[in-house]
Design a protein around this ligand. Structure first.
Ligand code: C2O
Ligand code: CU
Length: 455
C-alpha cells in the first residue's frame, strides 16, 4: 500500500530519541533522491505515540548545520518545554542535544516541528506526528494518518534554495510545486471494502492550504486540532479546509464497491486537483453495518466564561495589496515599504511586527508582549483579517474555542479567509510568555508574530 502510515501502538514508557540531520530519500519516482532534513533519517519523522496522561520524554540531537529546537504543536505543556529558542530555551546548537519531558493532558492528533528558522527547517522536511491515544479509542479497523505537505522542487527533484523569497513572504507564503502524502508524491490509498478507518489529517506544509473533497465518501468529522467535536457526517461536496498546522480526525466507512476507485481532490479557487485515489481491493468477508461513531471523550480543557470574558482584538494587516502604511518593527516606527526593504517585514499584528521570538528582536527596542493576561481569567479575542490573504493564526500553550464555527470546536489554530473576522475564547490557564503567530511560516518570519504573557 502506498502512502499510508500504519500507526504504532503506544510504548509503555514513552521515551524517544530524535536526531535531526540531512538525509537523501526518494520522493519523486524515477528521479534521484531528494536531499531533505529529517528526523532519524525519515521524512516525515517517526510517529511518536503515547497514552493520554502519560509523560513523554524526547532527546533531540541536532546534527543539522544550524541551530534548531522542537516545538510540540497543540500540546498544553509547561512553558519551558515549548521549544521556542530565545523565549523558552536556548537554541540547540549543531552537535548539541536537548531533552524535552512533559505530561500529555490531552488525547488527539498533534505534531512536532522546529521553531527556529522554521520556514527553512520545516520547508526542508523536519516534522512528524505526535499521537496521544484516548483511554477509550473509537472502534475502527485501522488507525491511519495522512501527513499532507508540499515541497518546492527543481527538475532534479532537489529542494529549491530560495527560502525567504520576497515574493513568498509578502504574498501567499512558500507554496511548493509537489504535493505530498506522507512524504511521497501522492498517488493512491488502498481500502478494504467494508472497513472503518480513523483517518488523521495533518497539514504540515509551510503555506499551502488544503481543501479536501472526498469523492464518493461521506466521512465523519470527529476531532479538530486533536480536540473532539460532535461527530458530523460531511456531505459529498463538503470541503475540509486545513491551513498549515491544522489537523482533522475523520472516521471513514469504506462503503465503495470492491475494485472501485474514488478521487480525493484538493480544491483551490474553484479548481479541483486530484490529490490521490482511494482504491478498493477485492471484497472481504462480510462485515456488519456499523452504528454511527460515538463522540470521543472531551479533553480536560477549561471552558471560557463568555459572560465575564475580557474582550481583546487582534488586527492582521500588511502583505501585498495592503492598506497598511506605517508599523512598528521591533518597536521602531517605519513605513511598510522601508520595513520590507530593510527588514524583510511585510506583516503586522496590531500594527507591530516582531522579527524574533522575543519582542524587540533582542535589541531592547520592543514594547513587551502584545497582550498581558491574568492567569485563570477568560478572554475572548476578535481576530480581524484586514489583508488580501488567508492566515492560520496559532496560539501556543492553550486551546481556544472558535465561537463563529458551527461546531464551536476547540482548536489551537484558526484559519481566517482574506478580509474576514472571527472570535475565539479561552481561559488563560497556562503561565508563561507564549507565541501567537501566523502558521504560514513566511508570514511569521516576516513580522506576523507576537507574544502573549499569562501570569
Ligand atoms: Cu506549529 Cu509556533 O508553531
Ligand atoms: Cu499569514
Amino acid at each position: 500500500m502506498v502512502g499510508s502510515i500504519l500507526l504504532p501502538r503506544a510504548a509503555k514508557a514513552a521515551g524517544y530519541a530524535l536526531t535531526a540531520a540531512p538525509v537523501t530519500l526518494p520522493v519523486v519516482p524515477g528521479q534521484p533522491g531528494t536531499m531533505l532534513w529529517g528526523y532519524n533519517g525519515r521524512f516525515p519523522g517517526p510517529v511518536l505515540r503515547m497514552r493520554q496522561g502519560e509523560r513523554l520524554r524526547v532527546a533531540l540531537q541536532n546534527n543539522l548545520p544550524q541551530d534548531s529546537s522542537i516545538h510540540w504543536h497543540g500540546l498544553r505543556l509547561p512553558h519551558a518545554m515549548d521549544g521556542v529558542p530565545g523565549l523558552t530555551q536556548p537554541p540547540v546548537k549543531p552537535g548539541e542535544s536537548f531533552v524535552y519531558e512533559f505530561d500529555c493532558p490531552d488525547a488527539g492528533t498533534f505534531w512536532y516541528h522546529p521553531h527556529w528558522a522554521s520556514a527553512e527547517q520545516v520547508g526542508r522536511g523536519l516534522y512528524g506526528l505526535l499521537i496521544v491515544d484516548e483511554h477509550a479509542p473509537p472502534d475502527v479497523d485501522r488507525d491511519v494518518a495522512w501527513v499532507l505537505s508540499d515541497l518546492r522542487l527543481n527538475r532534479q527533484a532537489q529542494i529549491q534554495d530560495d527560502f525567504g523569497h520576497p515574493m513568498d513572504i509578502s504574498h501567499a507564503g512558500r507554496l511548493g510545486n509537489t504535493a505530498l502524502l506522507n512524504g511521497q508524491l501522492a498517488q493512491r490509498f488502498a481500502l478494504v471494502p467494508g472497513e472503518r478507518i480513523r483517518l488523521r489529517l495533518l497539514n504540515a506544509a509551510n503555506a499551502r492550504i488544503f481543501h479536501l473533497r472526498f469523492g464518493g465518501h461521506r466521512p465523519w468529522l470527529v476531532a479538530l486540532d486533536g480536540h473532539p467535536v460532535q461527530p458530523r457526517r460531511l456531505e459529498q461536496d463538503h470541503l475540509i479546509s486545513l491551513g498549515p498546522g491544522m489537523r482533522a480526525d475523520l472516521i471513514l466507512d469504506a462503503a465503495g464497491e470492491p475494485g472501485s476507485s474514488h478521487p480525493v481532490f484538493d480544491v483551490e479557487r474553484g479548481q479541483a486537483y486530484r490529490l490521490l485515489d482511494l482504491v478498493y481491493g477485492p471484497a472481504a468477508a462480510g462485515r456488519p453495518s456499523r452504528p454511527d461513531p460515538a463522540p470521543l471523550s472531551p479533553n480536560p480543557v477549561a471552558e471560557p466564561d463568555l459572560a465575564r470574558a475580557t474582550r481583546l482584538r487582534l488586527d492582521l494587516t500588511g502583505g501585498a495589496m495592503s492598506r497598511l502604511d506605517n508599523l512598528k518593527v521591533d518597536g521602531r516606527d517605519m513605513s511598510l515599504g522601508d520595513a520590507f526593504r530593510q527588514h524583510r517585514v511585510a506583516w503586522a499584528l496590531n500594527g507591530r511586527a516582531q522579527t524574533g521570538h522575543r519582542h524587540g528582536g533582542g535589541h531592547g527596542h520592543g514594547n513587551g508582549p502584545l497582550f498581558r493576561l491574568n492567569l485563570g481569567k477568560s478572554y475572548s479575542l476578535e481576530i480581524v483579517n484586514d489583508t488580501a490573504w488567508p492566515h492560520p493564526v496559532h496560539l501556543h500553550g492553550h486551546a481556544f474555542r472558535v465561537l463563529d464555527d458551527p461546531d464551536r470546536p476547540l482548536r489551537d489554530t484558526v484559519l481566517l479567509e482574506p478580509r474576514s473576522r472571527t472570535s475565539v475564547a479561552f481561559v488563560a490557564d497556562n503561565p508563561g510568555e507564549w507565541m501567537l503567530h501566523c502558521h504560514i511560516l513566511e508570514h511569521q518570519a516576516a513580522g506576523m508574530m507576537a507574544t502573549v504573557q499569562v501570569s
